[in-house]
Design a protein around this ligand. Sequence first.
Ligand code: SF4
Length: 155
Amino acid sequence: MILVSACLIGIRCRYDYSSKPCPEILRFLKYKVYIPVCPEQLGGLPTPRPPAVIRGGDGFDALRLDARLVNEMGDDVTFNFLKGAKKTLEIAEAFGVSICYLKEKSPSCGVKFVYSDKGIIKGCGVTAALLLKNGYKVIGVDSDRIMEVKGVLEM
Ligand code: SF4
């Protein structure tokens, strides 16, 4: 079973009510069974919503409460991001997910890079961190391409 960031398959769940469909991932997922998730919506945040960034580290730091998630209004939305990550993990466990394709740079879904209060930094988002911590294979996807791992497309 495959888990995928919902915005990558055209669901308008981003902060500005847009999506980021990735043609490569859409081709790859055709005829496969997959679960689209939006951790920020699962965490109780509305769409549209003010964009948020990580302050003080990356997703792993946020899991330890050493970093915070703050939106552009200055609200602390760390709890929502943690709740969304936990619910995503519960979905992955319930459906026997074997691999996750997540949207790069998101403070929830980013795998190699995330938006922080210092701009784009190396590190992963809160949901990616929790999935990685629990042993899941997580692949970053930008809006136009899958970022890595040769052979995955032959699955
Ligand atoms: S990157 Fe993740 S949290 Fe952000 S809109 Fe897409 S699915 Fe939702």
